[in-house]
Ligand binder design. Structure first.
Ligand SMILES: [Zn+2]
Length: 420
């Protein structure tokens, strides 16, 4: 079994602990030893001399849409033929690894079965890609967000608990890991951030009941306060956006903080305001007002949730023209700039908490004995400048499951410790 020894590295272990100098030994797909200081006991191992660079766990994106092909509109998401669509999605999977993301929790697939096929091909080693929790299409209701009036759309429009139950059972049979639902819908009126609650309690309950029976996760696009509360009450584990969560909703999240995850997924409004021009996207006054208000409101909410000890995770709806795949690590920058996380806390959210979201607590997203060897060798110190994680050239090496996706440069690798 292949062994790799990372020497002379500053380790960010993902738990929130301060960086420390250590030697990290990988055997097969697992981390076998983390030895503080410079001790080397790696007879026969391949040496990677970090030269004082950083070794940290691979990143997790908690709200990914690998099959959204940087579309300009919701109607464009399924514009390609199914055949072309899956090939383009495979390219995105590779791109995620190139950018240091070794785990993706899907916030919905654009087509039924697409992510299941992708996940299985990645796990079989047929194509490169991150660990993937495969989702359903997003399940909405008539007139709800995502209902664009087309049968072949990226959303599945269902009404009534029976319809949701049947769709979830079919999805479980097909092998998805997570059911994605859309309980809230854009509201009307003068407030640009107005949100209605579109799904009913018995529909959410039906989804959660199938999930419990079949050991699946449920993730929800929940912006209105009522939608957040309805989700928490029924046992939804992953709350996206939580835009208008009120005190009662926040209290409910806090009471369930050991089993619930929140991902604000603010890449779309933030990307529109900060990078829209760069990608040739124009923004009308209403949309701009909505984006500005969302950033202000959600930033305050997430700062509060963080103080309450609720797991808030990066993952920002990447996959649109003005918020394209590859920009995902910008979320960590937003956590620091807008939500008051320290860089180390933002990294912990994207690594240790990400591993918990992926269903591998203590085993994924951390550098610890026995953990999976998903590792990034980073040129620089992201605790001093979190933005460096947005630059793929900073990743000197990228390892997933013990194998290099990106091998270290020649001047850092290739030596072997002679066997005694
Ligand atoms: Zn999304």
């Amino acid at each position: 079994m292949g062994e790799t020894l990372f020497t002379n590295v500053s380790v960010i272990d993902g738990t929130g602990a301060k960086p420390f100098d250590a030697t990290v030994r990988v055997q097969g797909n697992r981390i076998m030893a983390v030895t503080p200081g410079g001790a080397v006991d790696g007879a026969g191992a391949e040496i990677v001399d970090g030269g004082g660079t950083t070794l940290m766990p691979g990143l997790t994106d908690a709200h990914a849409h690998l099959s959204f092909l940087d579309a300009a509109t919701l109607g464009d998401i399924n514009a390609l033929s199914a055949e072309r669509h899956i090939l383009e999605t495979a390219k995105n999977a590779r791109k995620m690894l190139d950018h240091g993301f070794t785990s993706m929790f899907s916030g919905s697939s654009a087509r039924d079965n697409l992510e299941v096929a992708l996940r299985d091909a990645i796990n079989a080693g047929d194509i490169p890609g991150p660990r993937l929790k495969a989702a359903t299409r997003q399940m909405t209701v008539t007139g709800g967000f995502g209902d664009i009036g087309r049968e072949d759309a990226y959303s599945l429009v269902l009404d009534g608990p029976e319809a949701f139950r049947k769709a979830c059972r079919a999805a479980a049979r097909a092998g998805v890991d997570t059911f994605k639902i859309v309980p809230s819908a854009m509201g009307s009126g003068s407030d640009p951030l107005a949100e209605d609650t579109a799904m009913s309690d018995d529909e959410v309950a039906a989804v959660c009941a199938v999930a419990r029976q079949r050991n699946r996760m449920v993730a929800a696009h929940a912006r209105s306060a009522d939608a957040v509360k309805m989700c928490v009450r029924n046992g939804v584990q992953v709350i996206y956006h939580a835009t208008l969560a009120d005190e009662e909703a926040k209290d409910m999240l806090e009471a369930r903080r050991d089993s619930v995850f929140v991902a604000p997924a603010m890449g779309l409004p933030y990307g529109r305001l900060t990078e829209g021009e760069k990608y040739g996207v124009s923004t009308d006054d209403f949309t701009r007002a909505r984006a500005e208000k969302e950033i202000e409101t959600v930033s305050a909410t997430m700062a509060d949730l963080r103080k309450r000890g609720i797991r808030v995770l990066p993952g920002g709806d990447y996959g649109f023209k003005w918020n394209p795949h590859g920009r995902n690590a910008r979320d960590l920058h937003m956590f620091v700039e807008l939500f008051g996380f320290t860089p180390l806390e933002a990294i912990q959210a994207a690594t240790q908490a990400g591993g918990e979201l992926m269903g591998e607590p203590g085993c994924l997203g951390v550098i610890a004995e026995g953990a999976f060897a998903d590792l990034l060798l980073v040129d620089g110190d992201p605790t001093k400048d979190i933005a460096i994680l947005q630059d793929p050239d900073r990743f000197l090496a990228i390892m997933k499951d013990g194998a290099f996706h990106k091998a270290p440069p020649e001047n850092r690798a290739g030596q072997q410790v002679a066997a005694e």
